[in-house]
Ligand binder design. Structure first.
Ligand code: PMP
Length: 283
């Protein structure tokens, strides 16, 4: 693969960043993951806008315009002949002697991007549905910032795997916040789509934003509010959304079937409509 590191395109085998990089030492950085289908970027303006917001919230400056960042994405797609997969972008507060205080003004941020080939549309998980477990949400309370500080979701996903599940959803005060790397939804017996409202307690998913638009187009009733663990047990279906998973049905929670235990029609329809809209809007 060809990767991008601080202004240069390099083979992944020789690309280097410092062992003193603050992303590595302090998780002092932010990131984005954007899907690529048919060689084009899905929801790019949304990801770019969220990156700007994350940078602002952690007081980091990226010396590139939106157009330049788009151009790097495009170069990586072209140089790697990427048809379908993901582009990872990370900005950290540069490399300096280890010190909690920000480094001197002249220390440039570290800006890294790379591609990851992955089948996104033909995904067996979307056909069989995900099994999830519930874990307590032990993350910090600025989950609206997309920081590289992902230790808790790493631990939780591996707990899920050991339990024979695919993912974990996180619970706070009896309500679901979100998945480890996705936003969480249920469909009630009345057919209402319920997903937690935006706040500092969850990440504002770019896929969430687009999928809610699709739901609106399909005239599905949507309620943005927290939902309880008990409501999942009563729900007709459940699913998650993310840039890497699009819309993924959830078929069981802590070993109990959701609805009839099969991927639900609302999740299926939203996945189809979202993928069609993404293809049409990709740049
Ligand atoms: N919540 C969390 C905690 C995530 O890590 C992600 C994926 N980055 C999402 C939600 C979904 O966001 P998006 O749709 O922008 O991928």
């Amino acid at each position: 693969r060809t990767v991008y590191v601080n202004g240069e395109y390099q083979p992944e085998t020789t690309a280097k960043i410092s062992i003193f990089d603050r992303g590595f030492i302090f998780a002092d950085g932010v990131y984005e993951v954007t899907a690529v289908i048919a060689g084009k970027l899905v929801d790019f303006p949304g990801h770019m806008a969220r990156l700007r917001r994350s940078l602002f919230e952690v007081e980091l400056a990226l010396p590139h315009s939106d157009e330049e960042v788009l151009e790097i994405h495009r170069q990586l797609i072209a140089r790697n002949a990427l048809e379908e997969g993901l582009i990872y972008l990370q900005v950290s507060r540069g490399a300096a002697d280890r010190d909690f205080m920000y480094p001197a003004e002249d220390v440039p941020p570290t800006f890294v991007m790379f591609t990851q080939k992955k089948a996104l549309i033909d995904n067996p998980v979307a056909d069989r549905g995900q099994k999830i477990i519930l874990v307590e949400d032990q993350r910090w309370h600025r989950r609206d910032i997309k920081t590289v500080q992902l230790l808790y979701p790493v631990l939780a996903k591996n707990t899920a795997r050991r339990a024979g599940a695919d993912d974990a959803w996180m619970v706070e005060d009896g309500c679901i916040t979100e998945g480890c790397s996705n936003n969480a939804y249920i469909v009630t017996q009345e057919g209402t789509l319920v997903t937690r409202e935006l706040s500092t307690e969850i990440l504002s998913g770019i896929t969430r934003q687009s999928v809610l638009k699709c739901a609106d187009d399909l005239q599905i009733r949507v309620e943005e509010r927290p939902f309880t663990v008990e409501e999942i047990r009563q729900a007709r279906e459940a699913f998650s959304t993310s840039a890497s998973g699009f819309v993924n049905p959830v078929v069981s929670v802590d070993g109990t079937a959701v609805g009839d235990g099969k991927p639900g029609p609302v999740a299926h329809r939203l996945r189809e409509v979202y993928i069609r809209a993404s293809r049409a809007m990709a740049i």
